[in-house]
Design a protein around this ligand. Structure first.
Ligand SMILES: Cc1cc2nc3c(=O)[nH]c(=O)nc-3n(C[C@H](O)[C@H](O)[C@H](O)COP(=O)(O)OP(=O)(O)OC[C@H]3O[C@@H](n4cnc5c(N)ncnc54)[C@H](O)[C@@H]3O)c2cc1C
Ligand code: FES
Length: 557
């Protein structure tokens, strides 16, 4: 196309420098002259193209004609290139370069691969030009920036992976209701570490009694010598009272419903159980009475760490650990969502109702959902019936990505666990506490059939001979000097009750640690060991309510 233009302009057809140069081995004087001429012709045709382009560009008609202007600048550009390659070829020939090197220079210049003569001239340290240094600096800066960006990306990816890795109690990122809850909030552990499990035993005085509902009271207890409590606890932990309601000492555990932020007192909320030994006794205490207390203990705690929201589901008196948690979190202004779901029998059984409604008004991140089965009043503002799958779905958006704490009557817990799993909550995100595992023995302990009761002064370790007992292990209660058959179907606690050996208990599900006994010989299996710490295990302490036979055993009871 450019050649056509040249022809139209009356210029001779362009002889190609490059192919001709490539064919020449060496410059003879004739050849040198020939190529110098070709180079000059090239410069001439370049000049012609440049002036033609300039002419077209300066024509008044082209001012509004953009394609014509573009064509003119293309002509000028082509002219410059031709002129420049002509000069370069002349210069290379005059420097005595071989024809192929001249051809190569020409080619590179045509392809814009060759730096200008000025740039080629080496100067500066190591013969490098300022341009080289500048380019190297830019490249190094670029490389350093890329490395820094990638390092940052890796750090962020690691942090995200750590956050998504299921840790005890940890949850996945989620859509929350409260903006502050978009990231995992900082832990709100009390400043001082909690006391070691059951590290303190002593007397606490009843200073106030609050009637929560017809059969529930709250006892406020303080240190009789005044001042702060003699132990520190976590929200959700419990204390164990040793009382003597009749002739016998008995122990029962009660959750501390107050917040650990209240350093001068603990409150326990006690439901009077029908025929309940200790709950009945605690309903009869008066202000000024003292209670032998051991504590604190328990792992059913939540201080706000490792989760970006919490769902607290409770029924009946199972509300007590949830109350401690919600009081603590609101006291410490925990910023994330707290879903408080409570179910009970009747309207009057909603203990702490006023306080919960007050807290909800003051803390927009607290979401309250209450339901009661027997509701008479027309202005009942909450749901009716049991806690159901529908109620949970409505009250807790995306429950499947949240940590759930569950505590209440055993039938309620048995019903709700599968519901939570159906709603997609991973099992490891569901934390539970059972207050009473099994019904207490309804009748005073007697010797059961097939059991050997011994009043001998030395412990008996020989089981009754016979078909029924052959192969059945024997439990020896060394201090009581009694032995009993220890069949696989029974726990050590049940066997002890069979032969009238007194081992204290409270929960019967391995939570409270009240039934701890020392294993003197033999070994047992235990399904739950929540209340045993490392020191207990080292000292061969076992939970009688969990211990199942693996052969003959002897215990210190
Ligand atoms: C970790 C933990 C925390 C707890 N927190 C709380 C709490 O905050 N608030 C609370 O109220 N409770 C709590 N409990 C439960 C508490 O420890 C007691 O188990 C509860 O108060 C009942 O004890 P009791 O001595 O009154 O009843 P028990 O005398 O032990 O009787 C228990 C049940 O057996 C029945 N029973 C007993 N004897 C007979 C009989 N002869 N015939 C028929 N039935 C009989 C009773 O009716 C009752 O339902 C908690 C338990 C644990 C393990
Ligand atoms: S009775 Fe509570 S752990 Fe055994």
């Amino acid at each position: 196309m450019m050649d056509d233009m040249m022809r139209q302009m009356g210029a001779p057809p362009r002889k190609e420098l490059y192919p001709s140069l490539m064919e020449v081995e060496a410059f003879t004087p004739d050849k040198r002259q020939q190529f110098e001429r070709l180079a000059r012709e090239r410069m001439k045709s370049g000049t012609a193209l440049m002036s033609s382009g300039l002419e077209k560009l300066s024509a008044p008609s082209s001012e509004q004609d953009l394609p014509a202007m573009r064509e003119a600048t293309a002509l000028m550009r082509q002219g410059v290139v031709q002129f420049d390659t002509g000069i370069s070829s002349l210069q290379a020939i005059s420097e005595g370069k071989p024809p192929r090197a001249v051809a190569l220079d020409w080619f590179k210049q045509n392809m814009s691969l060759l730096p200008s003569a000025d740039m080629q001239r080496p100067h500066g340290i190591f013969g490098l030009s300022g341009f080289h240094y500048f380019t190297m600096f830019l490249l190094l800066a670029f490389a350093a920036t890329m490395i820094w960006i990638n390092l940052k990306k890796m750090q962020r990816a690691q942090a995200l992976a750590a956050r998504l890795t299921p840790q005890p109690g940890a949850v996945l990122p989620e859509r929350t209701l409260t903006p502050a809850a978009q990231s995992i909030p900082p832990s709100l552990l009390p400043e001082d570490a909690p006391s070691k499990s059951n590290a303190w035993t002593g007397l606490l005085r009843v200073v106030q009694i609050f009637e929560e509902s017809p059969n529930v009271v709250t006892l406020r207890l303080t240190d009789p010598s005044g001042g702060s409590l003699p132990f520190r606890h976590l929200p959700g932990q419990f204390v164990t009272f040793t009382v003597k309601p009749n002739d016998q000492m008995v122990k029962r555990s009660y959750t501390i419903a107050s917040s650990p932020t209240r350093r001068d007192y603990v409150e326990v909320t006690v439901k009077r159980e029908e025929h309940g030994t200790v709950s009945g006794f605690l309903h009869s205490v008066r202000v000024g009475d003292t209670l032998q207390t051991t504590g604190p203990s328990g792992n059913f705690t939540f201080v706000g760490d490792g989760a970006n929201s919490i769902v607290l589901i409770s029924g009946g008196v199972g509300i007590t650990p949830m109350m401690s948690v919600v009081r603590y979190l609101t006291d410490r202004s925990w910023p994330s969502d707290i879903f408080f779901i409570f179910g009970c029998r009747g309207e009057k059984d909603v203990i702490y109702r006023e306080e919960l409604e007050y807290l909800q008004r003051r803390h927009p991140n607290l979401h309250l959902a209450i339901t009661a089965i027997d509701v008479a009043s027309a202005d009942w503002p909450y749901a009716r019936g049991n806690i159901t799958k529908e109620l949970l779905s409505q009250a807790v958006p995306h429950i499947e990505i949240r940590r759930v704490h569950l505590c209440g009557p055993k039938p309620m817990m048995d019903a709700l666990k599968p519901v939570l799993i159906e709603l997609g909550v991973p099992l490891e995100q569901i934390k539970t506490e059972i207050f009473i595992g099994k019904e207490r023995p309804a009748t005073p302990p007697t010797l059961a059939e097939g059991v050997t009761g011994s009043e001998q002064s030395q412990p008996t370790t020989t089981p009754v001979e016979g078909a029924e007992t052959a192969g059945v292990a024997v439990a020896t209660f060394a201090r009581s000097k009694r032995t009993a058959l220890f069949p696989p179907s029974k726990t050590l606690l049940e066997v002890s009750e069979d032969v009238g050996v007194n081992i204290d208990y409270s929960c019967r599900v391995g939570t409270c640690g009240v039934c701890k006994v020392k294993l003197l010989s033999g070994s047992v299996t235990m399904e739950v060991q929540d209340s045993l710490d490392a020191a207990d295990k080292e000292n061969n302490i076992i939970l009688a309510c969990q211990a199942k036979t693996r052969g003959d055993v002897s215990v210190d009871a």
